[in-house]
Design a protein around this ligand. Structure first.
Ligand code: FAD
Length: 421
């Protein structure tokens, strides 16, 4: 007999667990299928030394605190354990080790059929919670024949894994800067290819940036308009947390270079834009301080002044005299911290736009009964972060409960099944 459930949640990361909590509260029968372990991405999809980018008091679900100092930055294994403990606490119906390989809408009757590694499951609704960062993206710049060891940040574990020699880290979001810093501390010669970024202060006037982004309403910023470039946030919780400061990184020995543009004549070539890019990051940093000061003044908040936060260090040589190319023969490895793409290849329904991207409003897709959760900017900046996904899940559970309410109307259950979709 085919197993059935009302709502099938695919993926048991933070999104799947949050979804389960809200579906449970709404009394919606559901099942969460996870192909590996709960929060697998935090266990096997991150480098060894990774800690959370936000402090323990902020990067969590409302129902459970991390033990110990709320200002600390828990390590990646602890984060995974947190979600496993959370799932146990809410008694989430999660089945691990079951991969969903295909979901299709049933022909001539309501609902969907999921093909899984453990047999089919039928459901009235599907929530795709398979993660915002599924497929590592590596720009097609350095051909394999170039002979240089290349690894994506998703597969980077520690400095010892890379071949000897200098390392080029491409991408200066949170992953790239943290990996470059770790490699330099391990004694490697490091070049860091920097693109557009925001770099809020780790803390200002005694408050962490997550607090400032919260009170300034920036976590709740709506998705950027179509065509507007998404700018990565460069922050770090490593070594107790610190502001990402490219000048300081350069002063400590990391050579900053512009965008990696091409690979030709045995060398990698960089755009001449590094000074401009760092200056734009500085402007973003200073604008957060300005907004924070204005907010504190407007609200008469007695927060300690911190004028020294406005002092930027001198421009290092790599900004005034940019390095434009690097011979491949001088490189031991390239680490691509260039982000990820989504992969919903298993979801064969009409919920995607002409470019193959999920077509949805706040996670409610164009295919009735199909929902997305955990995607970057699903409803706001915070959507793919731990605290934000929990709130998006509540909205989706609400929508599901509303739809179920219509089906509960007297007489509906007696309709032939094909008219109930
Ligand atoms: C390096 C890095 C650091 C981050 N640090 C922070 C941080 O400090 N704070 C913060 O708030 N956010 C952070 N994030 C962002 C975000 O919290 C994580 O990416 C988080 O893992 C996303 O959770 P998710 O549940 O949406 O997706 P995932 O954690 O990717 O979970 C999806 C799950 O679905 C499963 N799955 C996928 N396909 C299938 C299938 N077909 N069938 C069954 N199961 C499937 C996977 O095995 C996985 O367990 C970070 C992200 C990265 C990349």
């Amino acid at each position: 007999m085919v197993e059935t459930t009302d709502t099938l949640v695919v993926g048991g990361g933070q999104a799947g667990i949050a979804m389960s909590e809200h579906l449970g509260r709404a009394g919606v029968p559901h099942l969460v299928l996870e192909r590996a372990r709960i929060a697998e991405a935090w266990r096997s999809g991150r480098w060894d030394s990774l800690v959370m980018n936000g402090p323990a008091w902020h990067d969590r679900f409302p129902g459970l605190e991390f033990p110990g100092d709320p200002a600390r930055f828990p390590g990646k294994e602890e984060v995974a354990e947190y979600f496993a403990a959370y799932a146990a606490m809410i008694d989430a119906p999660v089945r691990c080790g079951v991969e969903v390989t295909r979901v299709t809408r049933n022909a001539g009757r309501a609902g969907f059929t999921a093909e899984t590694s453990a047999g089919p499951v039928e459901a009235a609704r599907i929530v795709a919670a398979t993660g915002p960062f599924q497929k590592p993206v590596i720009p097609a710049l350095v051909p394999e024949e170039a002979g240089v060891h290349q690894v994506h940040s998703a597969a980077y574990r520690n400095p010892g894994q890379l071949q000897d020699g200098a390392v080029l880290v491409v991408g200066a979001g949170s992953s790239g800067v943290q990996i470059a810093d770790e490699l330099r501390r391990a004694g490697r010669r490091v070049h860091l290819s920097v693109g557009p970024h925001d770099r809020p202060p780790r803390a200002y006037r005694g408050r962490d940036f997550v607090w400032w982004l919260g009170v300034l309403g920036k976590w709740e910023a709506p998705p950027p308009s179509a065509g507007a470039e998404h700018v990565t946030i460069s922050v770090s919780g490593a070594r107790g947390g610190h502001t990402v400061d490219f000048r300081r990184l350069a002063g400590e020995g990391v050579t900053l270079v512009g965008r990696t543009e091409a690979c030709a004549d045995g060398a990698l070539h960089f755009a001449p834009d590094i000074a401009e890019t760092v200056a734009r990051g500085d402007a973003n940093y200073l604008s957060v301080l300005d907004e924070a000061d204005a907010w504190a003044a407007r609200n008469a908040m007695a927060l300690p002044e911190e004028p020294e936060a406005r002092v930027l260090g001198p421009d290092p040589d790599c900004l005034t005299d940019p390095v434009r190319s690097l011979a491949l023969s001088d490189l031991g490895a390239v680490v691509w911290a260039t982000g990820y793409a989504a992969d919903h290849g298993w979801l064969e329904v009409d919920a995607f736009d002409e470019r193959g991207r999920p077509a949805h409003v706040r996670g409610v897709s164009t295919e009735p009964g199909v929902y997305f959760l955990g995607l970057p900017w699903l409803s706001q900046r915070g959507s793919s972060f731990i605290w934000g996904v929990w709130h998006d899940a509540r909205h989706i559970a609400d929508r599901i409960a509303i739809q179920r309410g219509y089906m509960d109307q007297p007489g509906v259950a007696t309709l032939p099944e094909e008219r109930r979709a």
